[in-house]
Ligand binder design. Sequence first.
Ligand code: NAG
Ligand code: NAG
Length: 624
Amino acid sequence: MAAGRGWLSRALVRSALVLAVLGACSCSPWGQDDVDRLREWQERQDERLRAQQRGLEERQRLHDDLMLERHFLQSDLQLHRERQQDDHQWQRDERLNDHQRLRDDLLQERQVEQSDRQLHRQTLQDQGIDERQQLRDELERDREGETEDLRRQREQLRDQTRRDRERTDREREHEQNRREREQHRRQQEREREQQRVERERDLRLQRRRWRRAADNATAEDKAEAKAEAPAVKSYEGAQLWRVQVSEGDVANLQRVEDDGVAQIWYSNATVWDLMVNSENQPHVSKLLADNKLAYTVVIPDMQRAILDENPALSDDELELTGRKGHRMTWQHYHRAADMHGWLDYLAKTYPSVCETLVIGNSVEGRPLKVLHIKGKPGSPAMWVDGGIHAREWITSASVSYMINELVENRDAHSAWVDAVDLYVLPLANPDGYEFSHAGDRMWRKNRRRGGGCDGIDLNRNFGYKWGGKGAGPQPCQEIYRGSAPFSEPETSAIQSFVLARKASLKSYLSFHSYGQYVLYPWGYDRFVPPDHQDLQRVGTKMANAMRASSGLSYTVGSSAALLYPASGGSDDWAKGQAGLKYAFTVELRDTGRHGFVLPSSHILSSGKEVLAAVRTLAQEVAQL
Ligand SMILES: *[C@@H]1O[C@H](CO)[C@@H](O)[C@H](O)[C@H]1NC(C)=O
Ligand SMILES: *[C@@H]1O[C@H](CO)[C@@H](O)[C@H](O)[C@H]1NC(C)=O
């Protein structure tokens, strides 16, 4: 087509050229007619050419239409073919499905048939078995009928002999029981006798131990030796009772101690532990019944518990400990002389680490010996004491363990020990402590004589809110507050020492037992100091540290609120009067299983708790 058009345009250009030449040469020799003819021809020629061109264009259009038509036809055809294919596919699928269905149906039918056949066979079998069984049963019945008579006769004979045998058995059993009861009674008697002998032997051993310990060395020992060996009070037959109480019962119960019929070992809002001597048991039992108070016996034999609490050192142990330069073991509850001798030994052996300070003397003239474990110069100071209540032996032993660890093993603890000055008094009531070993295991107070009854409760004798709630005015009371605040040399020595170091002392930590509490002021009543949140926070940290050490849990709170109001306590005074920021009383283990007669096997683990508590408090104090 392009070639055709090219040719056409070339022809038009050529005729135009001819006309132009003719026009330009009007001067030519050709006549007018020739020119006109030529022009006519030319026009015809042009006309023909145009017609030719139109024809060509027409053909072109036709061609294009045709092409389009063919394209449509082709795509229609394609579509048609595809649709046909789809139809075929669908039909094939249908057929396949039909086949599948047919096969499934056939299979099912065959299965049903099979199971029918099986069932049939089973039924046939069962019938056979039943028939055979029936036959057998009939045979059996026949045979039984024959033997029935024989059997009846035999059974009659057997019954007769059984009855005879039973009668003789019963007679024999009766005789046996009687003999056993007799044996048991004799056995019990023997055991009781043995226990009595053991107890006497233990007591003798204990006395011999004291005498032997007193034979050796220090001036203190000699003083002990000179002192009349007191008659040891026996707790034969005494028991520890746990009474369940509610708020209103408390007044009634407090009376039992004031009347001297029972000793209150422990009390909180729901539980009172009473130690009752055997002769008072009927009376107290009736009193509790009258008040509709239930109780359980926790320690059934107090004297036995006392003897088991602190097993005697063997001669080997005694010799071994003698070679160390002191007698402390942390396996036993030691006497005051052992503890004081050991404190001197530490000061002599580690003079750069610690020193002993005698801050006063007890009523009976024993030294109040503080061990100062030195921190870096200018460090904040802490006060720690134990044993202010004589019978709470675990406190002095645990505090001693802590001292030993910090002095003998200082490098392991230097991260925090360097940052504080520690003043530790493990035996705050040495007279009472000695008396609780040698005279009366349950002694609580100091050993002030006179006034009808001996002793003053040192933890009611401190001079802040002295003489308030929970402190007694009568000398015979276990919680006797004394004649005046700081009337006792033990409390007044602590007072002077603390006040003299008021500027550097930041904490006051006093260990008691039992109940597992971390207590902070106030004790005199159910109020708390303004910074009680700090005390609660630090107390909780201490409790957590103790639990991490031993697994035992400690309850944290203010003492009057958690237990009962008690005025004249050391922590109230340290906080309220001396102005020490952190004042705590920690009640060590346990929660009543052994109470004060906690076996000496607890010392190590309890000592580690004390170490954890002191470390925690020291870290807080170092940040003040
Ligand atoms: C007392 O000391 C002597 C030697 O001075 C020693 O043989 C004895 O075992 C010691 N006794 C005790 C109980 O320490
Ligand atoms: C009282 O003490 C007992 C024994 O430790 C304890 O189980 C009980 O939860 C305490 N009661 C209260 C109210 O703290």
